[in-house]
Unconditional design. Sequence first.
Length: 101
Amino acid sequence: MAPQYPKQLAMKGVQGCVVVTFQIRADGRGDLYRIIDSQPAGVFDAVALQALAQWKFDPMQPAGRYAESINFEVEGVKPQAFKACVETPKYEELNERHEQQ
């Protein structure tokens, strides 16, 4: 399921991104979501989390934290400038501390 783009923001050309970390449960659903960056701050957080709650992942993935970056872009509309989100962390980066313990 794709995130619902807030209609008023799309009409204004507001674009942005949200980077979220999470764990994958045994049933393939995400859990323990944590937003690590969003631009513009807080604007797309709720719709990004609503979409992620519907996504199903491969439950056979190794235990640990994962990350997704969700971009909100409007085609054909002149975008308002926004700061880019941080690069999506890789599995190894997110789980490095856990492995060292």
